[in-house]
Design a protein around this ligand. Structure first.
Ligand code: FAD
Length: 392
């Protein structure tokens, strides 16, 4: 097994790192965790800096505005962005919607939608979940009814990340209520400025404005909004989910936080003439995190190497998602306990250590075990498809 990258790949890493150093503010600390979105206006500006280098969607084919970058180059790019805590905006469009349009879109749809993503002008949100349809997504109730050449959409979506500033949404809606639930769903692309759409922010328990409720009241969209075949939207939507769950290179932000926590433990006094690092429980907890950090990285490399060989990772991505989620959550718990009484302080302030990052991330990362398919659903996938256990 060859674990090192080639000299060309290392040169690319250096190029990305120096770009990030040049284009991020000198004192840039980034968002507090993968779920905290930070300042989305700054995120949009940053996208415009990536665009001229074609680094918004570098893995997309050249004809669609990408660089046709190899998966390993993409890993290097994502790792550098994660470590720098660079704003990662429009993930849904770049990571999952764009590749879905490339597969299922008409030529007109490709021409209409892909350039806006690679230029950084159009931000997308994902309209899948509904108040009563999350894990059992195919039970969704939002309706789209044909009216002449148009479609009229009524219903509600929930937990819509970026819905408060997205320009467009990709949405699934029921188009045949009499068909079995998976077979009566279609996939639509719609402009968020269309009359009849209203967005209500949901503040998460970390006090962040990340996701929203979105209501559709007789929203009229043209026939060109339909992506792929009528009533085949479920199968297109699951392709989008496959792209979502195999997202790569996401643990570098956590590595940087772990480095900061380790440095802190090595230098912070325990008040009795020693450092926190001198306490065996602190060293053991950190060592455990370092080991898990390496394992999550290797598991994500396993998913990449499968994709590179043309295999479709399935339960392997689920293993990766569970382990990464639990690792990041454990990192917050360890961070808070190492900081002691200061661990509960939230945000920047004279007494907050390490920018109060851990207290906030502790609550914010609860959602990562839910977003993109809950831990229980991932366990079901591992049980049935990985271990071959019977379905309940
Ligand atoms: C931070 C965040 C961002 C999100 N962003 C988006 C977005 O942009 N767009 C979007 O459409 N959605 C988004 N979601 C929604 C997310 O996809 C759903 O929350 C998720 O699929 C779970 O659905 P639910 O909330 O309805 O919970 P439910 O499906 O009702 O689940 C409730 C509980 O029951 C368990 N459960 C359900 N079914 C089973 C089963 N078969 N076996 C075992 N246990 C089960 C679940 O694991 C969970 O613990 C986001 C969620 C979060 C937290």
């Amino acid at each position: 097994m060859q674990f090192s990258f080639t000299p060309e790949q290392e040169a690319f890493r250096t190029e990305v790192n120096s770009f990030l150093k040049q284009h991020l503010p000198a004192n840039w600390e980034g968002a507090d965790n993968a779920i905290d979105e930070g300042d989305h206006e700054f995120g949009r500006e940053f996208l415009k800096k990536l665009a001229p280098k074609k680094w918004i969607a570098p893995a997309w084919p050249v004809e669609y505005g990408g660089l046709g970058m190899s998966l390993w180059d993409q890993v290097i790019f994502n790792e550098a962005m994660g470590y720098a805590r660079a704003p990662i905006v429009n993930t849904a469009a770049v990571g999952y919607l764009g590749p879905t349009i490339i597969l299922y879109g008409s030529d007109e749809q490709k021409k209409q939608h892909l350039p806006g993503i690679t230029s950084g002008d159009v931000i997308w949100c994902q309209g899948y979940s509904e108040p009563n349809s999350g894990s059992d997504l195919a039970s969704l109730q939002t309706r789209a009814v044909k009216d002449g050449d148009d479609w009229i959409i009524n219903g509600q979506k929930i937990w819509t990340s970026q819905g408060h500033y997205a320009d467009w949404m990709f949405l699934i809606a029921r188009t045949d209520p009499d068909a079995p639930k998976h077979r009566g769903i279609s996939y639509f692309l719609l402009d968020m400025k269309t009359p009849g759409i209203s967005v209500r922010p949901l503040i998460n328990m970390a006090d962040g404005e990340g996701f929203n409720e979105v209501f559709f009241d007789n929203v009229r969209v043209p026939s060109s909004a339909l992506l792929g075949e009528l009533n085949r939207g479920w199968y297109i939507a699951t392709t989008t989910l496959d792209f979502e769950r195999s997202a790569i290179g996401g643990t570098m932000q956590a590595l940087r936080t772990l480095e900061e926590l380790t440095r802190f433990a090595k230098t912070e006094s325990d008040g009795r003439g020693k450092t926190l690092w001198d306490k065996p429980p602190v060293r053991h907890a950190l060592a455990d995190l370092w080991i898990t950090s390496d394992i999550t990285k290797l598991l994500s490399y396993r998913v990449v190497s499968m994709q590179e060989r043309g295999l479709v990772p399935n339960y392997e991505s689920s293993i990766n998602k569970i382990l990464t989620t639990e690792y990041v959550q454990r990192q917050q718990r360890v961070g808070i306990s190492i900081l002691g009484m200061y661990g509960g302080l939230w945000g920047e302030g004279p007494c907050a250590k390490l920018r109060g990052r851990f207290a906030k991330a502790y609550v914010a990362t609860v959602g990562s075990a839910i977003a993109g398919g809950t831990t229980e659903i991932q366990k079901n996938i591992i049980a049935t498809r990985g271990l071959g256990l019977p379905r309940q």
